[in-house]
Design a protein around this ligand. Structure first.
Ligand code: HEM
Length: 419
């Protein structure tokens, strides 16, 4: 057993967390925690002690509780300047001041600013481009009869989409693809490569922001600069950190939405048929509820990003001390039988579905409309163009990444009739 893994010290049959089995299917362990230890103190693989909040009602309340700060400076153990955000090298690269690491009033100012640039209109206008990217990627492997849905499809789609949206010129987008790949592959592993990637992204973004100031275009970065020129204040570093968080929060999540959803369909053939019939009929209402249900059922973000108690408080009857880290387990909350009927069943027509997959409160996902657009376009197009798509390996051979915050597959080998 590697250092930091939880040891069983008493007679309670508390499940082991953060093992290989847990990464493959964490839901039985979460069901146990919800019932027996809903606000659970645990030692994370990194050695840090934190509370896991697993019931829906507690989770929703905690996400909106202003006594739980996003600023890592509130962590009692944060005396050594270590990054607790899960982004190795981030602090040294000075990209700390992004939305997910700050509280009001700075958060309010930056969120207002980016909301002026990240508008529903911009996202709606982006739909044809997302469709074009999706088709191009499928064209790349449709005649092969086999593919790795993660590597060939789910991974490049959000990278190119976000680069386009931000205004990264197409000739630079493959660099981003490499840097992003490095960050995902080694997110929890060797630090050097990741730190180098973050440094490269930072240098590149600083230069790009400078260029957009000189020659603005019709892109998100130019809009962000325009919005800041009209009264609100945005430092160079804040602008770079904003682009970084949009990239960082927007790519691995969307990869996992596509991968986890395809995986869910392979295991639930009846619901897959419901989806494919809806695609054929062009049933918009069902396709929309389907994407929400896929997010609830096996969403991309297993745990919300870090929060720290700024004072002693009670969560679900448990005393939490000032400085304690609190992790809200979205994947557990979204399977809570106290909130969802038959929570372990995938039901694409589920109506009462206020899941927490995009978070809740002031940090609610900024990119939700883009994620919905990309997720729906990707899945709809994939299962329309390759209707007999199936898993090409034994389900037991699939490997999950096993990171703390995200839940997603390393690879998803598939086969289909070549087109
Ligand atoms: C925040 C989920 C896609 C940008 C969040 C949070 C969640 C989430 C749970 C809140 C985290 C917390 O409170 O600790 C997802 C999921 C996605 C997705 C499941 C895909 C299916 C995207 C995309 C973008 C994006 C495509 C941008 C292009 C952001 C940003 C925040 C955020 C900037 C921080 C907002 C703030 O702190 O005010 N997301 N996200 N996300 N997301 Fe997403």
């Amino acid at each position: 057993m590697s250092a930091g893994y939880r040891r069983q010290v008493n007679h309670t049959p508390s499940p082991e967390l953060f093992t290989w089995e847990f990464a493959t299917d964490p839901y039985p362990a979460y069901a146990w925690l919800r019932e027996h230890s809903p606000v659970h103190r645990t030692r994370l693989p990194s050695g840090v002690e934190a509370w896991l909040v697993t019931r829906y009602a507690d989770a929703r309340q905690a996400l909106a509780d202003s006594r739980l700060s996003k600023n890592p400076a509130h962590h009692a153990e944060d005396a050594h300047g270590k990054s607790k955000t899960g982004i190795p090298g981030e602090r040294s690269a000075n990209l700390m001041t992004h939305l997910l690491n700050i509280d009001p009033p700075d958060h309010t100012r930056l969120r207002r600013l980016v909301s002026k640039a990240f508008t529903p209109r911009r996202i709606a206008g982006f739909a044809p481009r997302v469709q074009e990217l999706t088709d191009q990627l499928i064209d790349g492997f449709a005649d092969r009869g086999t593919a790795d849905l993660i590597h060939d499809f789910a991974f490049p789609l959000p990278i190119y989409a976000i680069c386009d949206l931000l205004g990264v010129p197409s000739e630079d987008q493959d660099d981003f693809r490499d840097w992003a790949g490095m960050m995902i592959r080694h997110g929890g592993g060797p630090r050097g490569g990741v730190a180098r990637s973050v440094k490269k992204i930072r240098g590149y973004l600083a230069e790009l922001i400078h260029r957009k100031r000189e020659e603005p275009g019709d892109d998100l970065i130019s809009d962000l600069i325009r919005a800041s020129d009209h009264g609100e204040h945005l430092t160079e570093n804040e602008a770079a950190a904003m682009c970084f968080v949009i990239l960082f929060a927007g790519f691995e999540t969307t990869i996992n939405l596509i991968g986890n959803s395809a995986h869910a369909f392979f295991h639930n053939p009846a619901q897959r048929s419901v989806f494919q019939d809806a695609v054929e009929r062009g049933d918009d209402a069902l396709l929309d509820t389907a994407i929400e249900e896929l997010l609830r059922f096996d969403g991309p973000v297993e745990l919300a990003t870090w929060r720290y108690a700024t004072e002693a408080l009670e969560i679900g009857g448990q005393q939490v001390r000032e400085g304690d880290p609190v992790l809200v387990v979205l994947a557990a909350a979204d399977r809570d039988p106290a909130r969802f009927e038959e929570p372990d069943t995938l039901d694409l027509s589920r109506r009462d579905n206020q899941h927490l997959g995009y978070g809740h409160g002031i940090h609610y996902c900024l990119g939700a409309p883009l994620a919905r657009l990309e997720g729906r376009t990707a899945l709809e197009t994939l299962f329309r163009r390759l209707p007999d798509l199936q898993l090409a390996v034994d389900p037991g051979d699939l490997r999950w990444r096993g990171g703390l915050i995200m839940r997603g597959l390393r690879t998803l080998p598939v086969e289909f009739s070549p087109r």
